[in-house]
Ligand binder design. Structure first.
Ligand SMILES: [Zn+2]
Length: 496
């Protein structure tokens, strides 16, 4: 209960001391300083339903100079040339730079000035380079360095899982490992943790525990994840954040559309995926021994150059002869927030006759031939190390039904893109066009954007093998794909 001004006297300090000694209800708040890892208690009182803390005790915990002006009834906390002045029974606080309003007056208790901590906490930074936060529930005042770049963790429950968002202040590189015990370790390179992430975390059914570690060159968040959950990690630019989607195995990731914002008005970033690579040669020509992995890499590089000239941003999933697991190819595209994904291949058949260009978009293979092409391209999975892909991840009909949901979102766009590219092939390649088709390509099924796979020609056909070996033909292929992408951009962005 506020006292009248008339009660204020020089005896106040003495009186306060008497009250303090006689009642002795010693409530306290915890002050936790993450900068030097110290923890202390500061006396508190509940006044008008608000938690007030002793300013003198807080000052001594913070290591500030504290002085009391008896005449002005004013307490000053000082650190160097910075100061905070609190006047008894006044809600106004004066610092070197400005005046703050605590909304509730400073009160006198137990021989000291008390201030409402919720309103006083944000003012502490006026004398010390730190960030403070009052947590009413745990009656704790947290102090930490404001220089973190891993600033928070947002957890959003989903119908079949959970979306974790690690909020950053800037784009940072990251990697993840799952341990046998079920810990999903997310390492953020160059990360400086906001310590409150740990403080704020609440255990749940899916993420059962969280441990955070600050290393010299990285920060780590370790989530203890419920058994039988699958995950997908991606990065989003605005605002910068790492998304970790967790879903019950077998329910598919298609439900996670948050953070996936394909914008038809902004088709700028294209991820080009040259098929195969490294130990996986792809198909090999019978006559010249031409390797699919080499042909498609060359076409991809030519295409990249052309697209850049058209104003696109381009990322290649591989720039040299290295092996890349199929799943990682779309992860690169998802992680970069690509607007389009295009995988480049050369077709092959056990028969020598089949020839022509063909463009696929992902769906269930609707005929046996399309299924055969898919089987051929999906076979790269056999080169992947067993630990990187579990049995469930291998392409099966069932798996495709679930994963289909991801691409379904962009089925219309993907089929449009396939058609526009194939139209260009028709006009420019001087080989037969086999049209567009749908098939269950593993490399496409986790792309969160319109995605197609082109089979530029048959390396198993003598004539086309010869063509694929020629720079001139590859150039024409790159030009055709480029024109197809430009057509697509025009169509969707509505530029005449
Ligand atoms: Zn291929």
């Amino acid at each position: 209960m506020p006292r009248g001004m008339e009660k204020l006297s020089k005896r106040l300090l003495f009186l306060g001391l008497v009250i303090y000694l006689s009642c002795g209800t010693a409530a306290a708040v915890t002050v936790k300083n993450f900068i030097d890892n110290t923890e202390g208690e500061v006396s508190s009182e509940t006044i008008s339903g608000l938690t007030y803390i002793s300013l003198t005790e807080l000052g001594s915990f913070l290591g500030t100079e504290t002085s009391w002006d008896q005449l002005a009834k004013r307490l000053t906390l000082e650190k160097g040339d910075r100061f905070i002045q609190v006047t008894l029974f006044s809600p106004y606080v004066i610092t070197a730079d400005e005046t703050f309003n605590l909304h509730y007056p400073a009160e006198f208790r137990n021989g000291s000035i008390y201030v409402p901590v919720a309103f006083f906490a944000p003012i502490i930074k006026e004398i010390l380079p730190l960030e403070s936060r009052w947590d009413r529930e745990s009656q704790s005042l947290y102090l930490q360095s404001p220089d973190y770049n891993v600033k928070g963790l947002r957890i959003t429950p989903k119908a079949n899982g959970l979306l974790l968002e690690v909020l950053l202040t800037e784009a940072l590189k990251y990697e993840t490992i799952i341990t046998e015990e079920g810990w999903l370790n997310l390492t953020v390179h160059g990360g400086i943790l906001n310590n409150l992430i740990q403080e704020d975390f609440e255990k749940g059914e899916i993420v059962r525990d969280l441990k955070t570690y600050q290393f010299e060159a990285a920060a780590q968040l370790s989530f203890l994840v419920k058994k039988r959950m699958d995950h997908r990690i991606s990065f989003k630019e605005k605002p910068p954040r790492i998304l970790v989607s967790l879903w019950e195995r077998g329910t598919g990731p298609g439900i996670f559309q948050e953070g996936v914002t394909w914008d038809k008005n902004k088709i700028d970033l294209v991820v080009i995926d040259p098929g195969h690579g490294g130990e996986d040669d792809g198909a090999v020509g019978r006559h010249s021994g031409l390797k699919e992995k080499e042909v498609v890499l060359d076409i991809a590089k030519r295409l990249a150059e052309k697209l850049e000239r058209e104003g696109f941003e381009v990322i290649l999933t591989r720039k040299d002869d290295t092996f890349l697991p199929l799943g990682e190819r779309t992860q690169i595209a998802n992680g970069a927030g690509a607007d389009l994904f295009i995988s480049i291949h050369a077709n092959a058949s056990p028969k020598r006759k089949p020839r022509g260009s063909e463009t696929f978009f992902l769906a269930m293979a609707k005929n046996d031939e399309a299924r055969a092409v898919a089987a051929l391209e999906n076979s790269a999975i056999r080169f992947e190390k067993p630990e990187s892909y579990s049995e469930e991840n291998l392409t099966s009909e069932l798996d495709l039904i679930l994963l289909d949901m991801v691409q379904n979102e962009y089925l219309r766009e993907s089929s449009d893109l396939a058609e526009l590219i194939q139209n260009q092939f028709k006009g420019r390649l001087r080989i037969p066009s086999r049209g567009i088709d749908q098939a269950g390509f593993y490399v496409l099924n986790r792309a969160y954007m319109p995605a197609v796979l082109v089979e530029v020609a048959f390396i198993s056909n003598r004539e086309e093998e010869k063509l694929l070996g020629q720079g001139k033909f590859r150039e024409r292929v790159a030009e055709a794909i480029c024109r197809g992408l430009v057509d697509f951009k025009r169509k969707y962005e509505g530029i005449p």
